[in-house]
Design a binder for this molecule. Sequence first.
Ligand code: NDP
Length: 248
Amino acid sequence: STRPLDGKVALVTGASSGIGEATAVALAGAGAAVAIGARRADRLDALAAKLRDDGARVLTLDLDVTDEAACRDAVRRTREELGGLDVLVNNAGVMLLGTIVGADVEDWRRMLSTNVLGLMYLTHAAIDGMVEQGSGDVVNVSSVAGRTARKGAGVYNASKWAVNAFSESLRQEVTTKGVRISLVEPGAVATELTDHITQPDARAASQRMYSEMTPLQAEDVARAIVYVVTQPPHVAVNEVLVRPTAQE
Ligand code: NDP
């Protein structure tokens, strides 16, 4: 039986947990060979074993997206070892919520270097080849936080605003060359994302917000990503905003 992504190659960043892991599973399930990148090698190895059991071709990548050379290397190895690169999912990210007053500026550096610069490095490394082949998908995982700013989320908001602006600008640059740039913007998703918040009050408030509703599961977002990348070539799903029904 044929599957929609048979013969395609995808690279997913932040594939060691949450949305990235679910997306790698979903893309492999749709027939793609998948390169999975993150810093936690043990988690990637476990995922790779599971995907291979299900018959997928998998490449694990030791990838810190804040390292430009590592991003370039990840794209090069994907092309060399899996035979191409058709779908790049820029998912790696951190959400270090907290007030601006009294913030630890190191949180800001981590968010901007991961969510913004990391996404830009990977995109830059991948985009030339996609333009040359006249096709390809770059799916950037942004957030509701890229559309609605709130107190206590300022620099996370700024990072996702940057993702949206970069994506729309690049979309205009390459869409006539057959390369699609898409934004997927989730609301609250049950993942490890809030565990890393360093301001204790902000972490507690965020975890309370998630616990007071039925959040999205990572698989719900993965389904949106598969939808985006399985459209016919003339259809570009520019943006998908997906919230839990219970989220105001
Ligand atoms: P998780 O914390 O479960 O996953 C984050 C992933 O990013 C991990 O695989 C982590 O891997 C990876 N990562 C973090 N820093 C780096 C880095 N420097 N280099 C490479 N990989 C990195 O959270 P989610 O799955 O929820 O987050 C995924 C994306 O979804 C993020 O961009 C987030 O902003 C976005 N999002 C999430 C929402 C939610 O409610 N959960 C809502 C809206 C958007 P490792 O630590 O192994 O490197």
